[in-house]
Design a binder for this molecule. Sequence first.
Ligand code: GLN
Length: 293
Amino acid sequence: MSLNLVQAWQSARKRLEAAGLQGPVIDARLLVEAAADATRADIVTDPHRPLTSEQEAKLNDYLSRREHREPVSHILGRKGFWKIMLNVTPDVLTPRPDTETVVEWVLRDFPEHAPWSVLDLGVGSGAILLSILAERPAAKGLGVDVSEEALAVARDNAAHLGLAGRMALLRGDWTEGLADANFDLVVSNPPYIASDVIETLEPEVRDHEPRIALEGGPDGLTHYRHLAPEILRVLKPGGRFAVEIGYDQKEAVEALFRKAGAVDVQTLRDLGDRDRVVAGAKNPLETLSRLAS
Ligand code: GLN
């Protein structure tokens, strides 16, 4: 007996629920849509469409992978972020809604039609940088990553979004080799999870996501210690930055940026009302004070 779309959704949900997974309704819908080659609207407007036996087999395979805690983003090879769809592989951090806080802040303050420049440190899939470039047609971006595999994913995403012409990619260790005072904006979602916390994470993250994109050293702050002065170095005077942080890292990361000379340092909260992004600026008078000293 073949299942129709709505029956497939219901039975997928029950299976994921029985496996004790969080968010079984949405996961079930996404997996049914992909397996049955259906859109979200099809499930509502054409609920009785039967699945072919190949589609049912595919759905079974997806569900058993999900039961083994493989993330939906890896099963489907993609994930929506802000207003774009991104290809995702196990070589990049799966884009998370928390990170949209960075994009929202940038879009509030950076003009639509001016030709400013943005640097994304640890660009990964390109989620932050490509979301910004998609909304700011005169902006140009550079994405840096230490992982060649991650850069390949970002390159692919830039191409299918039609943004490759405004985005350059560079393999490198953070800001190494970049000139001083070159960018109007620097964004980053660096690895910030303390090493001994990694083992306590959900299996989807702990066993499937790249550790290099998660682990921030003994206290989680190793990369901010390096990045704070370096971000201030590569920003133009008056340029701004926004970096994602762990929910309990506000005080420490704000202090690191203030110590590096940043002004207007503040922390933004995510949709779950947790501290999520430290933002600030490079003193616009920096060049003048340097000339005077
Ligand atoms: N927010 C991610 C998580 O909790 C971590 C991202 C990061 O380290 N930059 O899984």
